[in-house]
Design a protein around this ligand. Structure first.
Ligand SMILES: Nc1nc2c(ncn2[C@@H]2O[C@H](COP(=O)(O)OP(=O)(O)O)[C@@H](O)[C@H]2O)c(=O)[nH]1
Ligand SMILES: [Mg+2]
Length: 339
């Protein structure tokens, strides 16, 4: 890849940025080279994840938040990992932002990510694209994901601040619980607060935070990953972050300033709390584990004799081997890959 492309993207050229994002999203050697060149310039942006069930108002909130941050003169990138979010069609984003985007305001950049084909690598791709925005001077990266499964939870965890979006539904039903994303929340939003069920949803969430949400998990930010691999020496000294519940009406902007404050509070918690260093370290540790897993798997698959994996699959299908033993046997066939 020509260095000129990176130079141009860094200088604010939107077409260059767009091409750079495509290269990075595709992965591979070119992507690696670009990311290595950019890494030194990253670490300034705040990455905000918006996750929740379809229809709760994530795209509308992303639009409202983008507008609010732009009002504060910050540069905003929106990364839609939810393929159903009609950013490109412009059906959701307000006219002001759409026009600004089209007329080349370098202060906002909207990008939809293709989720197909990124098997297992969706979180990786999200992180890499967010880093490109970070390097190119965007202060805020808003990442919209639809909270529907493990893959999406992994994507949500890429963000520094995870905003879980709920909307009034039927009675106390909280969709985030079903999707398994409530425990990743740093900030809880009850959007569509103009609808009559909103107070019941707030009550249901509050009950869940108080009872079903062990304090320790909240302390360690984004759940088990922190407790599993980086227990801090003085856990009891760490400040406790309890996810606040904010009510919003994304379509009118009501509650959006409060949401911005809650996000900012969490950002300063991440930077200033006694466990800030631990949290950052755990984040890097987790990412390194992802890269190592990917690299080891790649090496193993390359080192295997032709057809060995298919043969192992056949054995499992024929019930002559169990999957665990078959996997171990494969590893022994490729000693070079496994030191
Ligand atoms: N009444 C009401 N409708 C909203 C609100 N926020 C979003 N909507 C509507 O809910 C629908 C889904 O919103 P969208 O942002 O696409 O949800 P997403 O699927 O989570 O991204 C759209 O028709 C929005 O106009 C709100 O605060 N109140
Ligand atoms: Mg959406």
């Amino acid at each position: 890849m020509p260095d000129a492309l990176i130079e141009d993207a860094l200088a604010g050229n939107r077409r260059a940025l767009s091409r750079l994002l495509s290269i990075v999203e595709a992965g591979g050697d070119e992507a690696q080279a670009a990311l290595s060149a950019l890494f030194g310039r990253t670490g300034r942006a705040h990455w905000i994840g918006l996750t929740g069930a379809p229809g709760t108002g994530k795209s509308s909130l992303a639009s409202a938040l983008a507008r609010a941050f732009r009002g504060g003169n910050l540069r905003v990138a929106v990364l839609a990992v939810d393929p159903s979010s009609p950013y490109t069609g412009g059906a959701i984003l307000g006219d002001r932002i759409r026009m600004a985007d089209l007329s080349g305001d370098s202060g906002i950049f909207i990008r939809s990510m293709a989720t197909r084909g990124a098997l297992g690598g969706l979180a990786r791709a999200t992180r890499d694209l967010a880093r490109v925005f970070d390097a190119c001077g965007y202060d805020i990266v808003l990442i919209e994901t639809v909270g529907a499964g493990q893959n999406e939870v992994a994507v949500a965890r890429v963000a520094h601040t995870v905003v879980v979006v709920e909307a009034p539904g039927r009675g106390d039903e909280v969709q985030a619980i079903k999707a398994g994303i409530l425990e990743t929340a740093d900030v809880l939003v009850v959007n569509k607060a103009d609808l009559p069920g909103a107070p019941a949803t707030v009550r249901a969430l509050r009950t869940m935070i108080d009872t079903g949400h062990p304090a320790q998990k909240t302390v360690w930010h984004h759940g088990q990953m922190m407790t599993a691999e980086a227990p801090p020496p003085h856990a009891e000294d760490a400040a406790l972050w309890v996810p606040p519940i904010v009510q919003t009406v994304a379509t009118s902007g009501q509650g959006v300033p409060e949401l911005v404050s809650a996000i900012r509070d969490h950002e300063s918690f991440l930077k200033n709390s006694p466990s800030a260093g631990t949290i950052e370290r755990a984040r890097v540790h987790l990412e390194m584990m992802d890269h190592l897993r990917e690299a080891l798997l790649e090496r193993l698959l390359k080192a295997l004799p032709e057809g060995a994996l298919d043969a192992a699959v056949d054995e499992v299908l024929a019930r002559t081997a169990d999957p665990h033993s078959a996997a171990r046997a494969l590893m022994q066939q490729a000693p070079a890959a496994m030191p």
